[in-house]
Design a protein around this ligand. Structure first.
Ligand SMILES: C[S@@+](CC[C@H](N)C(=O)[O-])C[C@H]1O[C@@H](n2cnc3c(N)ncnc32)[C@H](O)[C@@H]1O
Length: 194
């Protein structure tokens, strides 16, 4: 799934994953955050309604990264003062490990990348986070691995990948998902191990 593949999905408007608004569990999480200075990254953000919500609620150090330029242009149109340098058009796996974040928010990016890259995803998140940094968000509830995105996965596999690098604070069935995803997601909160 290369840059062209993802751009085409936006150009052809075949974006079945797009909720059209901030994901409810992520909104609830953001509403409980306090520290407006947090450096936040949303990888594979797509249209980035979560980034918009964060930014408009004072989390001005929110960045998104996406391979496709179309959704980033869309964010810029919706939120004119969202800083260009925080709309990163790049491959997540090529981000410089010199930049650090306090919080990574996951939603339908992990399931969109080739499963062979999952270990690299976990290590990349680890490298990009400050000490004590967190990865928070949603992973698909147990569904078999498929040939195309969303690739699926299960709790056993997720734990095997994340546990060596992250302390598992919360890993539970999400109870406040968007209605179209009810019962199909885990809510996760993991902290970077020292
Ligand atoms: C299934 S979509 C999910 C978008 C968004 N998270 C949402 O929930 O609406 C996956 C997104 O990841 C982006 N993407 C795929 N591979 C990527 C990579 N290696 N680096 C950065 N973005 C990537 C795609 O362009 C697409 O926007």
């Amino acid at each position: 799934m290369n840059k062209q593949y993802w751009s085409n999905r936006y150009i052809q408007n075949t974006t079945g994953w797009d909720l059209g608004k901030v994901s409810p569990p992520i909104k609830v999480f953001v509403d409980k955050l306090i520290n407006k200075k947090l450096k936040i990254l949303i990888p594979g953000s797509g249209y980035g309604y979560e980034a918009e919500y964060l930014f408009l609620n004072g989390y001005l150090n929110t960045s998104v990264v996406d391979l496709a330029k179309e959704p980033l242009q869309n964010i810029k149109k919706r939120v004119a003062n969202f800083p260009e340098k925080q709309l990163i058009e790049a491959n997540f796996f090529n981000l410089s490990k010199n930049q650090k974040f306090d919080l990574i928010i996951e939603q339908t990016f992990f399931c969109a990348i080739n499963p062979k890259l999952r270990e690299q995803y976990v290590k990349m998140c680890y490298s990009l986070l400050n000490n004590g940094g967190r990865i928070v968000g949603l992973l698909f509830y147990d569904i078999p691995l498929k040939e195309d995105p969303p690739f699926g996965g299960d709790k056993f596999e997720y734990l095997k990948l994340f546990e060596p690098f992250f302390e598992i604070l919360i890993f539970e069935k999400c109870m406040n998902s968007h209605s179209s995803r009810m019962g199909k997601e885990y809510w996760i909160e993991f902290t970077k191990r020292a």
